[in-house]
Ligand binder design. Structure first.
Ligand SMILES: Cc1cc2nc3c(=O)[nH]c(=O)nc-3n(C[C@H](O)[C@H](O)[C@H](O)COP(=O)(O)OP(=O)(O)OC[C@H]3O[C@@H](n4cnc5c(N)ncnc54)[C@H](O)[C@@H]3O)c2cc1C
Length: 106
């Protein structure tokens, strides 16, 4: 069924009409997190753990969106938090070095 759908989409997208020589459906069961009921509580617990342990920063697809856009946006948020933390805890750190901290989109 999934393979049929993929073939149909390939046909409409790029005009491929031949069927696959070899096809296998592989489900990435552990590839993408499934958010379950209570996910908000988990996020709250993670945020509480970050507050309890200054310098701990958590990001990734298990938390605020699985798509690459959401992951990138959250990584940018965390990057800002890390820079703020380092600036506040390591005043001796070179401003030029911190200013050149890589960001996702700039
Ligand atoms: C098959 C598949 C198809 C997908 N298709 C799409 C799509 O079309 N569009 C979309 O928006 N999203 C898609 N996604 C989802 C999206 O790609 C992921 O959710 C997202 O990339 C996850 O980002 P992440 O930073 O959390 O994890 P990752 O991108 O997996 O990054 C984690 C990084 O940490 C590294 N790492 C792991 N352990 C350690 C360690 N101990 N020390 C150092 N480094 C470590 C890994 O090598 C990896 O580079 C897809 C996902 C899968 C699995």
């Amino acid at each position: 069924m999934l393979i049929d759908r993929a073939c149909t989409q390939l046909q409409s997208a790029i005009g491929v009409t031949a069927g696959p020589v070899h096809a296998r459906t592989f489900r990435h069961h552990l590839g993408i997190p499934q958010y379950e009921l209570g996910h908000g509580r988990i996020l709250a617990e993670v945020a509480a753990a970050e507050r309890r342990h200054p310098g701990l920063f958590v990001t990734g697809n298990a938390f605020r969106g699985v798509g690459t856009n959401a992951c990138t946006a959250d990584a940018e948020r965390v990057t800002d938090a890390v820079v703020t933390y380092v600036r506040s805890t390591m005043p001796e750190a070179s401003p030029a070095r911190l200013a050149s901290t890589p960001r996702a989109f700039e």
